[in-house]
Design a protein. Structure first.
Length: 64
């Protein structure tokens, strides 16, 4: 994963985020990759990357 690709990513906050900064941000990178990070940390140092199948399984388990 290219550092430039992450620094150019468009990050979205969860609609369930609170007003004191406890939130997760997600970026859809294309090429079947999704990036997540803690909004308090920001930057690209603490990003978790998922493939689309792994992301789908993750989200499905959150809502089950």
């Amino acid at each position: 994963m290219s550092h430039d690709r992450l620094s150019d990513a468009r990050w979205f906050k969860s609609t369930r985020s609170d007003d004191i900064g406890n939130c997760v941000e997600v970026a859809f990178l294309g090429d079947d990759e999704i990036a997540t990070r803690d909004s308090k940390v920001g930057g690209t140092e603490s990003v978790l990357l998922f493939g689309t199948r792994q992301w789908d399984a993750f989200v499905r388990n959150l809502t089950a």
